[in-house]
Structure formats: C-alpha cells, structure tokens
Design a binder for this molecule. Sequence first.
Ligand code: FES
Length: 294
Amino acid sequence: MTQLTTLERQGFGATQRRDAWWVGPALTFAGLSTFLIYGTWAAFQGDGFEIRKDRANFHKPDNKVVAPYLSPFYAPLIYDPQSPHAWFTSGKPTWWPAFLPLTPALLILPFPGLFRFTCYYYRKAYYRAFWADPPACAVGEPRKTYWGENRLPLILQNLHRYFMYIALIFLALLTWDALLAFWWPTLDASGNPTGGHQFGIGLGTLIMVANVICLAAFTFGCNSVRHLVGGRLKCFSCTGRTGETNLGYKMWRCSTALNEKHMEWAWVSLFVVGFTDLYIRLCAMGVWSDLRII
Ligand code: FES
C-alpha cells in the first residue's frame, strides 16, 4: 500500500526549498528587462543602423554609407532614402499619421519579437520571472486557479509554429546581410564612396557573422523546427523513409542536439543580436572606430 499525502496549497513564495531558487528568475528578469529597454530605445531612434560618413548628421541627404554593415534591429531595411540596404528608397510613408512614431525597425521587429515571446523556453522563463506563476518549482504562486494555455489570451502562444516560418525567412535575410558585410564600398582619398566595391573584413563583419550563427543555433533548435523536420514521423527506422541515412532523420538529430541547449542559445543569441546593434550604433555615432582587418 502506498500512502497518499494531500498537499496543502502554500501561500505566495512559500516553499520548503533551501536552495537559492530565486536567483534564476531574478537573472531572467534583469536580462530580459535590459534587452527590452535597450531594444525599444534603439527601435525608436530611426538612425545609427549603419555607418555613414558624417557621423553627426545621419539623415543628411548626401551622407554616404562607408561600411557594409546593417544593424539586425533594422534588417530588412524596408525604407530609407539613401541606404544601399533599403528595399524602398523613399522616406516615411506620407499617409502615415504624423503624430505616430515610425521607424524601419518598428515595422519588422514585432516578427522576431513574437517568435521569442512565444518560444517554449522563454515562456517558462518569463512566466516565472515576470508573473511569478509560479516563481519556481515547488514555490507558492499568487493565483489560486490554473488555466494553462487553453483559453485567451495565452492560447495564442500556440501561434509559435507559424512565427517559426517567419523567423526562418528573417534568418535567411540576416545571412544575406552578413555576406554583404564582406563587400565594402571603395573610398577615395577624402573618404567618399567611388561607386565600386571590394572584398574586405572588419570587426563588424565578424560580429554580424557571429550573430547569424547564434540566431541559427537558436532557431534550428526550436521545438517547432524539430517537429517540422522529423516530429511528424511515427517511425524513424521504417523501410524506405527513414534510418541513419535519411536526411530528415539527420536534420532531426541536429535539431535535437541544438534543442538540448535551447536555453543557452536563447540567451547567447539575445545578447549577441543586441551587441551587434550596439556595436554598429556606436561606430555610426563615432564613439567606437570599426577595426578593419582586411
Ligand atoms: Fe524556442 Fe521555438 S521553442 S524558439
């Protein structure tokens, strides 16, 4: 006979745990808050997303781009009158209400933002850190009922599998931007672009490549990617479809290996994407000088 013990609901924060269970949620709160504040500030700036000759007058009409970098916060660059990265060489749409702020970053950041917001790992992390629901395993929570993610608004978290497809498109675009970061505009003696290009590598090039690698490791380890490449199959070893040589099985194993470190890649990629924007922004402002390696 097994004796059943009835557990009493504990008050908020009550626990018998003796370890420092609050450290994880506190670090999560600090890390995500810092990124959100910096990212929101950078997105509203509308400048500093690439390096132009006149560091003090980013939007001056003839201010030429002198380095091939583009901040990932502004990629893809939907519009800009003078950037070679821009899809449309117009300014802010004339029909846009003047009282509403708009920058190219505000048009695109919701998509990677929602991909992270609905990520299974981040959900666990911010439910604990921001909502204390629960603060940690075996620690009393403030609510008395549990709805799970079965009704609005949290049922919308299930859209994660669709944001994954958009994230894959963004990853391809950022990869292209990282390749373009090897293709430098040639400059004359006064530092003005001559119209030509040549191969080159700067510290920013390496940072943009590192950013793509970290984002790829985070994205390809996504639970939805793992399901997409192999999760639908009922049998990996069935004849004709799967097995060690099966491409889908190999991709599933790669995704699984990344998935096992998904939390780590979530944080590393978050830090690196923020630092990539910061590096390009500070170089654009003239605070830092980009190191030209080749
Ligand atoms: Fe984390 Fe999909 S589960 S990105």
